[in-house]
Write a protein that binds this ligand. Structure first.
Ligand code: GLN
Length: 465
């Protein structure tokens, strides 16, 4: 009830698209009965959680913040949602996002932008004299609603999705822990795809130990997702008191990128010093193909988007235009009315990259570059580095009006520099809040680990927390 009240009180954040008040109260009551009888369903019994609105939820609208799916109600739960429910979790609502998770601001969905809870907190207001009505800052994205839900304490955990940084980016800007697990560890069944070869469900929590617990609940092979692995080697216990002495921490030199704010850079070296003082070996490493990752990501992303979005034809489900008087016109007008400019732009680009004459030049080349980026990481980890320490975002959260006027798509593209290579390589990464900026807004750093070492990565993150 407190969480539901909190959702109402923080309604102005626009973090939720659907609030599932009635079912939440029922589920909570059942959990309370079980707890009183001493027979909890699992470690999450009675714990409120929120889900990004691109995960299917049985009998609850799943919109992807798009006109195309505005009235779509799936008949089934995504595997990860079902697992949380099976452990007694209480779903309080579906959270806002950029349309079809394309973006890094949570400003592009049909239900309007998400406001960062820190815009309304004392530090930001006092340090900047900002007016919350006009100077509010973005949450980052695309899982901005989930980050705002956790940061504003209306939910104890939330799921986002992470294709190029969509969980870690808003995690950093809203000051919550955000884990992008190794690709293949968690099922994507029921997560409406953006880029199948990069999408993973992301976990957002208030602290690292919670993220570790949720990871344990969610991981595992799913017969409905052929890319999930059978016996992940992450079963090792989560080391609560991880000793960072003697671990090797790599600092990728290519991540000293143009646009990195002085404060984010200062945080980065402060934390590197902390590791060093605790006895870790901090060393500079090189990931030489980083500079190609954004271009590579967008070629592959658009290509997969073009193919994924073909399912929205106005016939089977989702929006159907009323102006179609032939099949072609029906397709075209449905998709014109259903998708925003960002989605349509990516479909166009993707189809262009996939044209017979372009396929080799763009798509195949991007696949090769992707492999080189993955090999950069492998080389560093094979040489004995345990984790990489990097910034998560270039700056703290931007004012909405600045972000918008700067051409948010271009800005979004740059913002993903530190997060996208991880998705191209399928590795685990976690963003941990480490400080407040001079404007009173959160700054988070990212730790990246070798594939399937998610637990060890969280152990290091726990130390940093
Ligand atoms: N910002 C990136 C994009 O727009 C990543 C999005 C994501 O991770 N879902 O594609």
């Amino acid at each position: 009830k407190k969480c539901l009240n909190r959702i109402k009180k923080m309604h102005h954040l626009n973090a939720y698209i659907t609030v599932t008040e009635e079912t939440a109260l029922q589920q909570a009551q059942q959990a309370e009965d079980r707890l009183q009888r001493g027979v909890p369903k699992g470690p999450l019994d009675g714990v409120p959680f929120a889900i990004k609105d691109n995960f299917c939820t049985a009998n609850i609208k799943t919109t992807c913040a798009s006109n195309m799916l505005k009235d779509y109600t799936p008949p089934f739960n995504a595997t990860v949602v079902q697992k949380l429910l099976d452990q007694g979790g209480v779903l309080v609502g579906k959270t806002n996002l950029d349309e079809f998770a394309m973006g890094s601001g949570s400003i592009d969905g049909v239900f309007g932008p998400v406001k960062n809870p820190w815009s309304f907190a004392a530090p930001y207001r006092e340090l900047t004299g900002a007016s919350p009505d006009s100077d509010w800052v973005i949450t980052g994205g695309s899982s901005g609603g989930s980050a705002a839900a956790v940061a504003s304490l209306s939910s104890f955990l939330a799921l986002g999705s992470d294709t190029g940084g969509s969980t870690r980016n808003p995690g950093a800007l809203c000051g919550v822990v955000a884990l992008k697990p190794t690709y293949g560890l968690l099922s994507r069944h029921g997560l409406i795809p953006l880029v199948n070869s990069m999408d993973v469900p992301g976990i957002m929590t208030r602290c690292v130990s919670d993220a570790a617990m949720v990871l344990d609940i969610l991981k595992g092979h799913d017969i409905r997702d052929s890319t999930t692995v059978h016996s992940p080697s992450t079963s090792a216990e989560f080391p609560e008191d991880f000793d960072v002495q003697n671990i090797r921490v790599g600092i990728p030199k290519e991540y000293h990128a143009p646009g990195l704010s002085a404060q984010a850079a200062a945080q980065w070296s402060r934390v590197a010093d902390l590791f060093e003082r605790a006895g870790a070996r901090v060393e500079q490493v090189s990931l030489p193909h980083t500079q190609f990752s954004i271009v590579c990501y967008y070629v592959l992303c658009c290509a997969e988007v073009a193919s994924n979005m073909a399912r929205f034809d106005g016939l089977e489900y989702g929006h159907r235009s009323e102006t179609g008087h032939s099949t072609e016109v029906l397709y075209a007008s449905t998709r014109h009315e259903g998708f925003n400019d960002v989605v349509r732009g990516r479909i166009l680009c993707g189809n262009y990259f996939l044209l017979k004459k372009n396929y080799e030049h763009y798509f195949l080349k991007a696949q090769r570059v992707r492999r080189l980026i993955a090999e950069d990481f492998r080389r560093v980890f094979d040489a004995g580095v345990d984790v990489l320490l990097t910034p998560t975002t270039l700056t703290d959260a931007a004012r909405y009006h600045d972000f918008k006027s700067e051409n948010s798509q271009a800005r979004s593209v740059q913002e993903d520099l530190f997060t996208q290579p991880v998705n191209l390589a399928g590795l685990p990464a976690v963003c941990v809040p480490t400080a407040l900026s001079k404007r009173g807004l959160p700054i988070g750093l990212q730790l990246i680990g070798p594939a399937f070492q998610d637990k060890k990565l969280l152990g290091v993150a726990r130390w940093l927390e």
